[in-house]
Design a protein. Sequence first.
Lengths: 214, 214
Amino acid sequence: MPSTSIDRDDIIAAAVEVLKERGSDGLTMRAVAARLGVSPIPLYTKVGDKNALLDAVAEELLDQVRVDLDDHGPWADQAERWAQGLRRGLRSLPDRRVLLHNHGRWALVGATRPLLVALRAAGLPRDQSVRICRILTWATVGFVAVEAGVDYVEDEPHLAYGSTVPGGDPTGVSSTDVDALYSSQIRFLIEGLSREVDELSTPTAGRGRRLPKG
Amino acid sequence: MPSTSIDRDDIIAAAVEVLKERGSDGLTMRAVAARLGVSPIPLYTKVGDKNALLDAVAEELLDQVRVDLDDHGPWADQAERWAQGLRRGLRSLPDRRVLLHNHGRWALVGATRPLLVALRAAGLPRDQSVRICRILTWATVGFVAVEAGVDYVEDEPHLAYGSTVPGGDPTGVSSTDVDALYSSQIRFLIEGLSREVDELSTPTAGRGRRLPKG
DNA sequence: ACCTGAACACCGTTCAAGT
DNA sequence: ACCTGAACACCGTTCAAGT
């Protein structure tokens, strides 16, 4: 094993650097190879074609997303803080197109684990905890992905139009509106999940049944 | 105005055809030009560069999405049916990457209008109606975008694991799980929005206030 | 076995030249 | 004014040839 040779992890790390420095258009097989001082051939033998490289880069970046979570308060509050932290982490990705290169289905497990631990510690069953994690993750990834394609209008447009609710201005949304829309959406989801947890844990709801209306 | 010449709309229509026939990798400036029997130059003078063409294609495809909505039942039920219809429409797009090329911020206005009309007919104020449309649209576009990158496991995995709730299996989700997750998410959002509408319409909630906790 | 130089078949984009 | 042939500067990918 010659130490001069190039590893698969070296290639992915170099690709992440190229992505951060030159953007997604600058992330080419040739650029990654040139950064490592090799020909493009090792990329094809050790990682695969360009699509495989993009998958690997997405998995690497999503795997690095971490959400800290103090264990104070009821689980619903912890879940809301966790979701806000996940959104912050995803927004700071060098390229948000990796959110859709989600074939690394396990990539966000590192970010999810603290919430899963907190939910179990709060006494929730494992399947319900997994469900809550999955719904909040799915909603947050989707929100940030859509958010990346939105053009903001100037702030406080609802004052001009007279709207009293965030997102109520038909002419557009400001960046503070977007924050409020995300917060509302996450709160609605967590309220619904809370009620679901209460229903499933009460004996009258009938054990062994699937979800009501589900 | 020579009738032999090529129009901007012709270019976009040809691009949509190329996308449907050859996929997103086959959608090239040269292929669109060749389909029209012209050189690539007219594309650059009449539409712009490739990114502008992709924007135009995305806007065209999203503009064609239509959601039918009968006006039976309370607005919350209509909203749920509308959201399910929107998901169906978005899932049938020839390439779901257009969901992220969302710079045509008005592209889904045609699909949104029936819901907006129904909400107004149900007596909701304009700003709350716009807010509801925006939240449901945002959540659905995000869900479908994420959904496009998910690898399903075989159906009914929760039976093997013993999970009783959709999305509760830590090893993966089946396609019926995904349907159930979307339905749950939309129902939670509509329930939250319903409560919000009730609070804002009751005199005791205090007129002129912003949203509670918002 | 693993790497390189060179090539192939494409791209997006633009130029001088035509009409 | 508008289009074309041809070119430029790249791509992703793979080949025969080296070591």
